[in-house]
Design a protein around this ligand. Structure first.
Ligand code: CMP
Length: 139
């Protein structure tokens, strides 16, 4: 089925001027950017976005990192977009990521791992609505 998923190009990647190279990976995989904006999250906004991780030991560090530099939030659309995006990103830990994936090529660590992608249909719906209104999605 044609799906939409929420992608974030994280601070470690925007800082190193990798936005275009990362978007190219998505487009080469058949994903279409149907919404896109560059924003600088506050720690509170990052905390609300990652609320499900509140109890994890890395939550404070994660929120501070996500608010440290601008991010690029995008909605990607395509056949099986949620799984396809996760495939193109590679494993959370770059040391475990497959060759050719974004995290293998660009990520610095488990935390500074260059990209985020929704992990299910339910989180895609929640995460897209967190950042975009319906009018901003241009398929
Ligand atoms: P993401 O897909 O954005 O969702 C939650 C994030 O938590 C994850 O990517 C990682 O970047 C981050 N994360 C997971 N494990 C750790 C860890 N051990 N230390 C720091 N950050 C982590």
């Amino acid at each position: 089925a044609i799906e939409r998923t929420l992608s974030i190009i994280k601070p470690d990647a925007t800082k190193r001027n990798l936005t275009g190279k990362i978007v190219a990976k998505f487009e080469e995989a058949g994903l279409r950017v149907v919404a896109s904006k560059r924003i600088h999250l506050t720690p509170a906004q990052a905390g609300a976005f990652y609320a499900e991780h509140k109890e994890r030991g890395f939550y404070g560090e994660l929120c501070a990192f996500m608010a440290s530099e601008p991010v690029v939030v995008q909605v990607l659309e395509g056949e099986g977009a949620i799984a396809k995006n996760r495939e193109v990103m590679g494993a959370t830990d770059p040391a475990a990521a497959a060759d050719g994936t974004i995290r293998k090529e660009f990520a610095l660590s488990k935390g500074e791992n260059s990209v985020h992608g929704s992990d299910s249909e339910a989180s895609a719906a929640r995460e897209i609505a967190f950042f975009f209104s319906g009018l901003e999605l241009v398929g």
